[in-house]
Design a protein around this ligand. Structure first.
Ligand code: PLP
Length: 382
């Protein structure tokens, strides 16, 4: 019998059964008191997860849409943006802002590097940009940057920060208000354990002030209209009401043991995954430390095609892992450890990887990765 795919990808991620059940409830109308009630709870829980007292805007879109909403509500044609990039998604935001008519000043690092506060300070002084893009967790490489000092640099110069937290929010610590982030963007389909289709933007008071003078064209993404209608318990256009219902369930689970417990679990899952990968004898691509709590990137041995390995995992073991981007496509695979997964899922994947490598002629001993992962994971509650 075909098994459902185990999604060990950094999004979409598996969702808990309670969330799937919530999706099966009768559809709510978006202009009804029933929906307004659910939406209010979603708002309250989102604020807790973002660690903000500000409004969190809810869009029916993917994370990319919410990032576009930030650009068109905060910038005018020709405005200069300092766009920090250390991988695929930073490059996407540079391209997006250029396409929308902004002047992009890139601060580009090699993939896998971490942005440095002094570089940012220098680039800000030189460019005099008043807006900065930052990617918290660069999903293409597994690198989570140290966001707090980067945000402090933005605050020192008065630049408005827009943070891509699509794969980090709920997975690793992010203090929207305490760290002074102006706009934080995320999506439903990653650490928030909800299917794809919703995206969120937490917006500071300073960012709201900027919207008054920003002149890029906007309609679906108009934050002001969004805020007005959200105050009445709905959204300007038909939202994915069933996803909002599911989100409420998911956030209850995320918050049940406190966010710190979720962060500790993701760290331990990362620790376990790295130990397993090393026990198999594979080289890590993502950092070999606890910052790599979102996903683990590993390289196949020379001559073993990572695409073929991923397809074999999918088709023979019902396990989906993510691939690499660009020139690393034939060597890199990425194991996500966010969402509704446990260390036993990682152990299953490690054994499947060993079997496939063995069948591809690699000298590996099947059965080393799983115990190493379980031991390194330790006794953190699942
Ligand atoms: N930013 C990061 C860091 C991501 O990981 C992703 C998705 O993988 C995105 C942005 C884009 O999000 P979406 O696919 O929801 O538009």
């Amino acid at each position: 019998m075909a098994r459902p795919q185990l999604l060990l990808t950094p999004g979409p991620t598996p969702v808990p059964p309670e969330v799937l059940q919530a999706l099966g409830r009768p559809v709510l109308h978006h202009r009804s008191p029933d929906f307004a009630e659910v939406f209010a709870v979603a708002q309250e829980r989102l604020r807790e997860v973002f660690r903000t007292s500000n409004e969190v805007l809810v869009f029916t879109s993917s994370g990319t849409g919410a990032f576009e909403s930030a650009i068109v509500n905060l910038l005018s044609p020709g405005d200069r943006v300092l766009a920090v990039s250390q991988g695929e998604f930073g490059e996407r935001w540079q391209a997006m802002a250029t396409a929308l008519g902004c002047e992009v000043v890139p601060l580009t690092y090699s993939w896998g590097e971490r942005p440095r506060p002094d570089d940012l300070a220098g680039a800000l002084a030189e460019s005099e940009a008043e807006t900065v893009f930052l990617v918290h967790s660069e999903t293409s490489t597994g690198v989570v940057c140290e966001l707090e000092p980067l945000l402090a640099v933005c605050a020192d110069t008065g630049a408005l920060s827009i943070v891509d937290a699509v794969s980090s929010l709920g997975a690793v610590p992010l203090e929207t208000d305490a760290w002074g982030a102006d706009v934080v963007i995320t999506g439903s389909q990653k650490a928030l354990m909800t299917p794809p289709g919703l995206a969120f933007a937490a917006v500071s008071g300073r960012a709201w002030e900027r919207t008054a003078t920003a002149r890029l064209p906007r309609f679906y993404w108009d934050w002001e209209r969004q805020r007005r209608v959200q105050a009445k318990g709905s959204t300007p256009f038909t939202p994915a009401t069933s996803l909002v219902v599911a989100l409420v369930e998911a956030l209850e689970l995320v918050l049940a043991d406190g966010l710190e417990a979720a962060f500790a679990r993701h760290q331990a899952l990362g620790r376990g995954t790295r130990a397993g990968i090393k026990a198999i004898g594979l080289e890590l691509y993502s950092p070999d430390d606890d910052s790599a709590a979102v996903l683990t990137g590993a390289l196949t041995p020379e001559g073993v095609d990572a695409v073929a390995l991923r397809l074999a995992l999918r088709d023979r073991h019902s396990i989906t892992v993510a691939g690499g981007h660009g020139e690393l496509v034939s060597r890199l695979f990425r194991i996500g450890h966010i969402g509704h997964i446990g260390i036993e899922d990682i152990a299953r994947a490690l054994t499947a990887i060993e079997e496939e490598l063995r069948d591809a002629g690699v000298d590996v001993e099947v059965g080393r990765g799983a115990p190493a992962a379980l031991e390194a994971f330790g006794s953190v509650p699942a």
